[in-house]
Write a protein that binds this ligand. Sequence first.
Ligand code: HEC
Ligand SMILES: [Cu+2]
Length: 390
Amino acid sequence: MLNQIPNLLMQASTDPLVTQGIPVSPKTFWLPKGASTVAADLDWVFEFLNYINYFFFVLVVGIMFYFMWKYRQKGREVYARGPSHHTALELGWTILPTIIVVFIFFVGFKGFMIAKTPPANCYQIDVTASRWNWTFKYPNGADSQDLYIPAGRPVKLVMRSDDVLHSLFIRDFRVKNDVVPGRFSTLWFQADNPTGMEKEEDGHWLFCTEFCGKDHSNMNRRVYVLNQTDFDAWLTKRAQWLDVIPAEELYYKAGPILFKRCASCHTLDGSVGTGPSWGNYDGSGNIWERTSNPQTTHKVDNGKPLSDFIGPGKQYEAPEGYLRESILNPGAHVVDTYGNVMPTFKGQLNDRAIDALIGMMKNLKDFDAKGKFIGELPATATPATATPAK
Ligand code: HEC
Ligand SMILES: [Cu+2]
């Protein structure tokens, strides 16, 4: 048996169980309509187990009631001798259940191998779970909060958690896996029927199914299945979301969204964090005031004032240069009393994103402690919120 496992693995990896175009499994009393290529098989096993249970429940309880009635006490005599042995019956109730159970094992084992073995040509999406958010990151650098996938193509999620245990469950696809801090876990599926994305309800539900704290129930998202053309168009547009925001609006439209990546370490109101607050935490002003003021008492690299680096003719002509370097190459200068633990954002934040963040630093008074824009919009502004907030 054991030496057949590699064989099964190979089979599953080149030949996903169900080929493209197979009808989805129908809605039943117990299950919503299935929408992935493994759904039909899983549903079949589920219903099979279910009906076996009904069958034996009715059989056992039925016989029980029949015997209760048949052998009830009649009159005063007690008849206490029953049959002690029946070979055919005993063989029957041993062999038949054994066959059923072994059958269930093999069906389950096959399904398990398929579920655990992504095909080789998967489209990969990186997933980060955090309290209480999902981030889906696509190969071209785009990211999203709802999941968008191409139809008719196996998709593999590579998942990790930023904090506690989460679990990703897509009900209509019949797939689920834990997302464990300090580890990568994977999940694969293929959905052949596009859902479109006009309305929110078009998407399939995606849930976190591991209780992860106060806002666990806010981790419900949607999965939109798009045909390849729509998917490619969405993906390109998504990767360019920053480019369509006018430069002068970047700081309040894109700033708060980008700041979410910094918020786990930097506060805005001066309170203590893993990194120095962008608010006034050491008496030298908020992050823009302390970097743009030559008299600043803010010290980096073991006691050096920023005026050693920033100013005409110095390493950074303007404070923006220092801030930019601090984001792309955090180890270049290390703020005193803090550790060199900030990850680099090189390759993740382009110049427009950095402009948006620096713009936010320059206008900190217009943001609340959570990074929400509360200032007055410039007269020329279009008030719409930026797209990727979704
Ligand atoms: C994992 C924690 C962490 C994250 C996430 C993080 N930082 Fe930092 N950051 C730090 C630490 C620690 C320092 C101080 C040490 C140093 O200078 O490298 C720092 C320093 C800085 C500085 C210099 C601050 C000063 O007062 O001189 C800037 C600017 C900065 N971070 C910007 C950002 C931006 C923008 C983001 C989000 C895109 C971000 N950081 C995300 C931990 C983090
Ligand atoms: Cu969760």
